[in-house]
Design a protein around this ligand. Structure first.
Ligand code: C2O
Length: 537
C-alpha cells in the first residue's frame, strides 16, 4: 500500500461548447477533471487549492471514509467550505473497495463542471473476478448549460420554480458534433483495436437526469456497480442515475468501422419538454477511415420504463466466496422515509410560493457551521437528532394526495444510529408533483437493495419477498416513481453522513437529511480528530 499524492488547483477556465465560450470552474484546467488512479488499501492525499472567487469543497463519492468524515466533503455537513485563496488536504484510505467511483464539488451546482473519475484497482496480485480486460477507459456522462449554472439556479429559486434544463448531455465533456460555428466541435472519439477486450468505467455525473447509454452493434457486460462486483450480465443499453458508476466489458470484435455511442435521458412522464440534445460520440476501430459513415443505433424513448426496469432488476451482488454479500439479517432500526414535495408560501420569491422537497415532510436546512464540527465538539443549537421530530404536518400517505401533504416543515434534523447497529430503510416515493425517480445517495456506507416495488410499501407482505442472499450493493439507488425501495446497511462508520437525492435540483429544494453514528464508546468507535488545516466557517 502506498501514499498517493494529488494536487487539485480549482480555477476558472474558458471553455467552448455548442459554439459558445464561457468561463467554467475546473480542476487543473480540465473538464471533466483529472482521474484519480489508486489501489485498494492506498492512502490518498489530495491538496485542493481554491483559486476561484467562491467557496468550494470536493466530495469523494462512494469512498467509505471509515472514521475520516472530515475528508468526505459536503459543504456544511462534514466541513466548512474552502474559501478563496485557501487550501485543504483531503486525506483518506481506500478500505475494501475496488472499482469505479468519482469525485465532484459538493456545494451549490459547482459539480456541473467540477467532477472526475476515481479508479480503484484491486490489491497487488488480486485478479478481477472476470476475464482481465486488455485496456480500460473512463466514460463520464454529464450535462452542459450555455448559461451560468449558479446564476440559473439562483434565479429559479427567486421565482420559486424549476431551473432550465441543460442544453446538451456530454460524453467525456463533449456534446457531439456541432458544425454551425466557426471552429466546429466534434464529439468524443474512442479508438479501439480489433480483438481486444475493454473495460468501460462509466460515471453519470449529470446534474438532473437519469441516462441511457448505448454503443451501436456492441453488447456490454456489466461486472461492477458503485465499486462492488455484480453477477455479470449482458445488455445493449445501460441505465444509470446521477451519482451511480458502473464497469462494463466490451469485446471489440467487429474488425472495422465507426460506431455511434449515445447518452440520452430517461423520464417516466414527460412533464417538461426535454429538448436537450442526446450526446453522441464515436467508437472507431483503428485503421478505419474517420470519414466512413457512422453505424447508428436507436436509443430507448425517454419514457421507456421497461428498459430501465429490466436493467435495474438484472443487478445482483456477485456474492462469491471472495466477495460475499454481507446483508444484515437482524435489524435494529427499521425506518420508513417518504419522499415528497411541498409548496410553501415564500416572502422573498416572485410568485409568493416556493417548491420544497422533503424526507418525511422535513425539508433540510443547511446549518451555518458543519454538522460534523457541531457533533464532534458538542456545539448545541446547530442540529437536533430527533428526525423527523414532530412535523406540523406529519405525512399522511394513503395513496392520494392530501392538501396538508403539500405543506412541508423545514429543519436541520438528524437521525441517530448506534455504532454498528443495523438499519433497514424503506424509501417511499409519494409520486406527487414530480413524476421522477429519485436517485438517493447515502454518504459513508454501501447498502444492500433488498426490495423494491410500485405503490405503497406493505410492511406485512413485502418483506417476505426481500432478497437477503445476493441483493445488489451500492451507494446510490433510484427510488421508482410512486414506488419504494428497501435498503439495509450496518452503521459501522462513526460520523455524520449525508443522505440526499442526487438530482441537484431536488437537493437544492431540501431533499436531504443526515445520520449521526455514534455511541460515545471510545476512539475505535468514533471519528478521528479533525485535521489542522480543516477550513473554518
Ligand atoms: Cu455524489 Cu452527496 O454526493
Amino acid at each position: 500500500c502506498k501514499i498517493q499524492i494529488y494536487k487539485f488547483n480549482v480555477m476558472m477556465t474558458n471553455t467552448t461548447r455548442l459554439c459558445e465560450t464561457k468561463p467554467i470552474v475546473t480542476v487543473n484546467g480540465l473538464f471533466p477533471g483529472p482521474t484519480l488512479f489508486v489501489k485498494e488499501g492506498d492512502t490518498v492525499l489530495i491538496k485542493v487549492v481554491n483559486q476561484i472567487q467562491s467557496n468550494m469543497t470536493i466530495h469523494w463519492h462512494g469512498i467509505r471514509q471509515i472514521r475520516t468524515g472530515w475528508s468526505d466533503g459536503p459543504a456544511f455537513i462534514t466541513q466548512c467550505p474552502i474559501q478563496p485563496g485557501q487550501s485543504y488536504v483531503y486525506n483518506f484510505t481506500i478500505t475494501e473497495q475496488r472499482g469505479t467511483l468519482w469525485w465532484h464539488a459538493h456545494i451549490g451546482w459547482m459539480r456541473s463542471t467540477v467532477h472526475g473519475a476515481v479508479v480503484i484497482v484491486p490489491k497487488q496480485g488480486v485478479p478481477y473476478p472476470f476475464p482481465t480486460p486488455d485496456k480500460e477507459i473512463e466514460i463520464i456522462l454529464g450535462e452542459w448549460w450555455k448559461s451560468d449554472v449558479e446564476e440559473m439556479i439562483e434565479n429559479a429559486l427567486k421565482i420559486g420554480i424549476g431551473p432550465d434544463i441543460s442544453d446538451s448531455y456530454t460524453i467525456n465533456g463533449l456534446t457531439g458534433p456541432v458544425s454551425s460555428c466557426s471552429s466546429p466541435q466534434e464529439g468524443f472519439n474512442w479508438v479501439v483495436e480489433n480483438g481486444k477486450k475493454y473495460m468501460l468505467r462509466i460515471v453519470n455525473a449529470a446534474l438532473n437526469e437519469e441516462l441511457f447509454f448505448k454503443i451501436a452493434n456492441h453488447k456490454l457486460t456489466i461486472v461492477e456497480v458503485d465499486a462492488t462486483y455484480v453477477k455479470p450480465f449482458q445488455t445493449e443499453t445501460i441505465f444509470i442515475t446521477p451519482g451511480q458508476t458502473m464497469n462494463a466489458i466490451l469485446d471489440a470484435d467487429l474488425g472495422t468501422g465507426n460506431y455511434l455511442m449515445a447518452a440520452s435521458p430517461f423520464m417516466e412522464e414527460v412533464h417538461v419538454p426535454i429538448d436537450n440534445r442526446t450526446a453522441t460520440a464515436t467508437l472507431q476501430y483503428s485503421g478505419t477511415n474517420p470519414s466512413e459513415p457512422i453505424k447508428l443505433t436507436d436509443i430507448p424513448a425517454q419514457n421507456d420504463t421497461s428498459v430501465a426496469t429490466s436493467f435495474v432488476d438484472s443487478l445482483k451482488s456477485l456474492n462469491s466466496q471472495e466477495y460475499p454479500a454481507r446483508v444484515p439479517l437482524n435489524i435494529d432500526h427499521s425506518l420508513l422515509f417518504t419522499i415528497g414535495f411541498g409548496i410553501n408560501p415564500c416572502a422573498n420569491c416572485v410568485t409568493g410560493s416556493e417548491l420544497l422537497a422533503n424526507f418525511n415532510n422535513i425539508s433540510f436546512i443547511k446549518p451555518e457551521i458543519s454538522l460534523l464540527n457541531a457533533h464532534f465538539f458538542n456545539i448545541s443549537g446547530v442540529f437536533s437528532d430527533d428526525f423527523p421530530g414532530n412535523p406540523l404536518n406529519p405525512y399522511d400517505y394513503t395513496g392520494t394526495s392530501q392538501p396538508r401533504n403539500l405543506r412541508t416543515m423545514q429543519g436541520t434534523r438528524l437521525y441517530r444510529l448506534a455504532y454498528n447497529s443495523t438499519v433497514q430503510l424503506v424509501l417511499q416515493d409519494t409520486g406527487m408533483i414530480s413524476p421522477e425517480n429519485h436517485p438517493i445517495h447515502l454518504h459513508g456506507f454501501n447498502f444492500f437493495v433488498v426490495g423494491k416495488g410500485l405503490g405503497n410499501y406493505n410492511p406485512d407482505n413485502d418483506p417476505n419477498n426481500f432478497n437477503l442472499v445476493d441483493p445488489v450493493e451500492r451507494n446510490t439507488i433510484g427510488v421508482p416513481t410512486g414506488g419504494w425501495v428497501a435498503i439495509r446497511f450496518r452503521a459501522d462508520n462513526p460520523g455524520v453522513w449525508f443522505m440526499h437525492c442526487h438530482l441537484e435540483v431536488h437537493t437544492t429544494w431540501g431533499l436531504e437529511m443526515a445520520f449521526v453514528v455514534d455511541n460515545g464508546k471510545g476512539p475505535k468507535e468514533s471519528i478521528l480528530p479533525p485535521p489542522q488545516d480543516l477550513p473554518t466557517c
